[in-house]
Design a protein. Structure first.
Length: 456
């Protein structure tokens, strides 16, 4: 194994400045200091393929892949070339660019169940656009969201239904209700409790396991029977479960679906797609209903992001990207589970999820889920040159990457086992990480000075 990574000097100098200038120290909560160990890279300088380098020059095999937005690999050549060529022609104009039509055509070829598409910059805008449109179509106010799926939007209709609902009026919070995945009875109960009031149900097609007992189709039937619509959030499943989205894998056609993340291989582009009869309410030609202010953003159709998206979608169409994701994910799962079994940790560490989109669960001596043990595991894998908040592979994760990762996990779980026996506090440097959705911070300072020392 290479020398352990322990020098974060430049990262540690930047952290206090970042927290003075940026609430949370980052522009995405999932990338914040509270999600990682004290001994971790604070800032990434560059990435190539499946590897990234932090500002201190440390190299890592990476498995977060931009919160699952980079499916092909960092700085992926054909995507970069397409975006660069387009940038040289300008990226934003007063009238639409022809590439907007090309991108829409390519998207609708890739997602065959969709009939119209509108592009924007992030997943939150896409899901919120779908919610607004569903309310306009049905004339109803209440949105039901799957409580087993962690994130749908930064907008009030969703955040108001979380622990971080400060600043959101009760009147808005009360318009979102919950149901459970794979639990049809919880869906039926909502329609009984709010008859004629639910505009739409929003859920991810899957978080890992396939839906049971035709759940997605049954949900659609219940919704349509009760005059409500179905929104599938394919931010994660799109371009990972199947090139045509999980909706094609499961043969389900929703009223609306929302894509993002891997759609542009890290470039900022997302999509709201749906049936023409509904999507046209945001257009110029229909006259029978009030106009819906669907999506209208200055940067929603930046041409270089669309060029990147077109290149990305064509690669998924023409190359075995999905097969590679499944194969490498399965190799990771098998290798890590062998380590877990050999160390006798099966009750304390589990690899979970679909092979193309794995994650893991960390448990303490009482077999309860533990942020402290998760943080220790991250600390030890980082020390060994692997940055793995999840186990999300890309098209550029090689067999060598997988082998090196399993070796790093082996060493890290050896420390994990010692911590189970002797106490995690004797091995974890600094505070444990925390969940994103919490009502109060536990400490006013995200990092304490005495915890910034390097180690070897």
């Amino acid at each position: 194994m290479a020398a352990p990574i322990g020098n974060f000097e430049k990262s540690n100098r930047l952290r206090p400045l970042a927290h003075r200038l940026i609430p949370g120290g980052a522009h995405t909560y999932a990338k914040g200091d509270d999600q990682y160990p004290v001994l971790s890279p604070g800032f990434i300088a560059r990435g190539l393929g499946s590897h990234v380098w932090d500002v201190d020059g440390n190299e890592y095999i990476e498995y977060g892949m931009g919160n699952r937005s980079v499916g092909l690999g960092h700085a992926y050549g054909p995507v970069l070339e397409a975006a660069t060529r387009q940038l040289q022609l300008g990226c934003n104009f007063t009238r639409p660019a022809s590439i907007e039509v090309e991108c829409a055509e390519t998207f609708l070829e890739t997602i065959p169940g969709a009939e119209m598409v509108k592009f924007c910059k992030d997943g939150s805008d896409a899901t919120s656009g779908a919610v607004r449109l569903a309310r306009a179509v049905t004339g109803r106010d209440i949105i039901a969201r799957c409580a087993d799926h962690p994130f749908f939007s930064t907008d009030d209709w969703f955040i108001g239904d979380t622990e971080m609902n400060a600043g959101i009026p009760a009147a808005v919070r009360n318009l979102t209700v919950d149901f459970r995945y794979d639990d049809l009875e919880s869906v039926r109960l909502l329609f009984n409790r709010y008859p004629g009031k639910i505009a739409a149900l929003i859920l991810e097609p899957s978080r890992g396991d396939d839906p049971k007992n035709n759940f997605l189709h049954a949900v659609r039937d219940i919704c349509h029977k009760n005059g409500a619509l179905v929104i599938l959030d394919e931010m994660i499943t799109g371009f990972r479960w199947h090139a045509g989205g999980a909706q094609q894998l499961y043969d389900i056609q929703p009223d609306f679906s929302c894509f993002g993340k891997a759609l542009g291989n890290g470039f900022s582009i997302s999509a709201l797609a749906g049936k023409r009869e509904y999507m046209k309410l945001g257009g110029l030609e229909q006259t029978g209903s009030p106009r819906v202010f669907l999506l209208s953003t200055t940067h929603g159709a930046e041409t270089h992001a669309m060029a990147a998206s077109i290149a990305t979608m064509r690669i998924y169409q023409d190359e075995p990207v999905i097969d590679h994701l499944y194969r490498q994910g399965e190799a990771l799962r098998a290798g890590i589970e062998q380590v877990v079994s050999r160390l006798g940790l099966a009750e304390f560490f589990q690899v979970t999820g679909r092979s193309c989109c794995l994650t893991y669960a960390t448990r303490d001596q009482n077999k309860s889920q533990s942020q402290a043990f998760r943080t220790l595991f991250l600390q030890e894998t980082i020390k060994r040159g692997v940055l793995m908040p999840s186990l999300v592979v890309s098209y550029t994760h090689s067999d060598e990457d997988v082998a090196r990762t399993i070796e790093a996990v082996d060493g890290s779980l050896g420390v994990y086992k010692q911590a189970l026996e002797n106490g995690v506090e004797n091995y974890l440097v600094g505070r444990p990480s925390d969940v994103v959705f919490r009502r109060f911070n536990k400490s006013p300072a995200p990092v304490r000075e005495r915890e910034l020392a390097t180690y070897d």
